[in-house]
Ligand binder design. Structure first.
Ligand code: ZN
Length: 158
């Protein structure tokens, strides 16, 4: 790392510290030529996820939109801002891990639904209907049936 004071490329690391969440490493360096101390930060390059909408239009992945969508569907339901943020973060992490940097908006919708379904069936149905994800009335009925069966399983404790 080039010394900001004298421009020398000879330096040594005198201290390395990781941020609490492990996403940033801070290194304290000392120039071997002039003794100047400086700090460098190492962090992940921000991965950009591009979302392709049904219209074919693309836009960058925006977690706040997912959060807003979830909260909209979760009005008066036991889903908090924190839940919504967790879902959005989880989806972002999943897409990056899978290397899906170009993703269809419908796939994001599916990912949200999958998670909402586990948290709250009502919010799940609302989300699905808000985003016009039901193909037809049959699809809607099947979803209701599925949820009914899921909740039966839960109350049976199995
Ligand atoms: Zn120097």
């Amino acid at each position: 790392m080039k010394c900001p004071k004298c421009g020398s490329l000879n330096d040594r690391v005198v201290d390395t510290r990781q941020s609490k969440d492990g996403t940033v490493i801070r290194r304290r360096r000392e120039c071997l030529d002039c003794g100047n101390r400086f700090t460098t930060y190492e962090r992940f390059e921000e991965e950009k996820i591009i979302v392709k909408k049904k219209s074919g239009e693309t836009q960058s992945f925006d977690k706040t939109k997912i959060i807003r969508g979830i909260l909209l569907a979760s009005k008066n339901r036991p889903i908090t801002q924190k839940h919504a943020e967790e879902i959005a973060n989880e989806i972002e992490r999943y897409l990056i891990d899978e290397g899906k940097l170009l993703v269809e908006s419908t796939e994001i919708g599916d990912l949200v639904q999958e998670r909402l379904k586990k948290l709250d069936p009502i919010a799940y149905i609302r989300f699905k209907s808000v985003y016009n994800e039901f193909k037809d009335i049959k699809d809607f009925e099947e979803t209701l049936k599925e949820i009914e069966e899921n909740s039966k399983e839960k109350s049976n404790g199995s």
